[in-house]
Design a protein around this ligand. Structure first.
Ligand code: NDP
Length: 285
């Protein structure tokens, strides 16, 4: 029988707990604050940013949105990041990606203070995650790990297969699972015989960005299936990279889309912002 990994439900529970923590911090005179920077008017980015602001409000984290026009120069954005880095009332800074073509994304990520890098994309934080040090873990992989742990899904010695090798999802989730003593295989668009590999997975993480590319034929019986994909269908509704209806017959645990990994991603952003406010990611610049 399949058990649904309901990210929406778990994220509501976690937000309730975080609200209590934020209230306690406020009583001590500390209000966690997140600055979100949005450049341009990409509709998907706007919707993600709205979701992040709403989630902050629910937990009592204060936030502000800096909206910049599409033709903002790299220098202008760098100068705004610098102001936020130097503002002691700002604990977390998030620059919504993707950025317009005139900007070098890596340069922008490098400019955010690692102590305020709540997305966990700065190379210092990526390096710390790689070596297993305490740091800001990127929100999507952090959300996936939290979901697996919430159901006591054992990872030790399990074969985890990751489809996708992006810096924000595929690579970091593989590292985190390795640290949990899973045996990790990365696959990507140049992988040969993908199905042969995924059928060996006890835990299958799918982060391809290809609607319904993975069905039951790719899944070992009783595997845990995590669908990270967010794809918009012709009717405007969201769907995952996994053919849920078909795959659920074989999986022991499976995430839906929507209400799966997506809400957990936002929730872990809140967790990282609270961590930043408490000054728990000590990094020198
Ligand atoms: P990227 O486009 O950066 O990476 C996609 C990866 O999938 C690449 O590594 C690519 O391989 C691989 N891939 C593509 N096609 C195939 C294929 N046919 N066979 C095997 N591998 C393939 O995407 P992201 O990692 O940023 O995002 C992945 C998905 O997750 C997207 O749908 C995105 O919207 C969603 N997402 C969801 C989040 C959430 O909160 N739920 C957060 C972030 C992303 P190669 O490297 O060789 O090109």
């Amino acid at each position: 029988m399949t058990t649904l990994l309901n990210g929406k439900e778990l994220s509501e529970e976690l937000k309730q707990k975080m609200k209590i923590e934020v209230d306690e911090l406020k009583e001590k005179g500390l209000t966690p604050h997140l600055t979100v920077i949005l450049v341009g008017d990409n509709p998907a980015s706007k919707s993600y940013v709205r979701g992040k602001e709403k989630a902050c409000a629910v937990t009592g984290i204060s936030s502000n949105l800096i909206e910049l026009p599409d033709d903002t120069t790299e220098e202008e954005l760098l100068s705004i990041i610098d102001e936020q880095n130097n503002d002691d009332s700002v604990h977390g800074i998030l620059v919504q990606l993707p950025l317009p073509d005139q900007m070098d994304e890596q340069k922008i990520i490098h400019a955010i203070s690692p102590a305020k890098d709540v997305d966990g994309f700065h190379p210092i934080n990526v390096g710390k995650m790689m070596t297993g040090e305490d740091t800001f873990i990127p929100c999507t992989p952090y959300g996936i790990l939290t979901m697996l742990q919430s159901k006591d899904i054992s990872l030790e010695g399990k074969h985890a297969v990751i489809i996708g090798r992006s810096n924000i999802v595929g690579k970091p989730i593989g590292l985190l699972l390795l640290q949990e003593n899973a045996t990790v295989t990365y696959t990507h668009s140049r992988t040969k015989n993908l199905q042969e590999i995924t059928k060996q997975a006890d835990i299958l993480i799918v982060a391809m960005g290809r609607a319904h590319a993975i069905n039951a034929d790719y899944i070992k019986k009783d595997a845990v299936v995590i669908d990270v994909g967010i794809n918009r269908k012709d009717d405007g509704k969201l769907t995952g990279d996994v053919d849920f209806e078909n795959a659920k017959e074989k999986a022991s645990f499976i995430t839906p889309v929507p209400r799966g990994v997506g809400p957990m991603t936002i929730t872990m952003l809140l967790k990282n912002t609270i961590k930043a406010a408490k000054g728990l990611n000590h990094v020198e610049r």
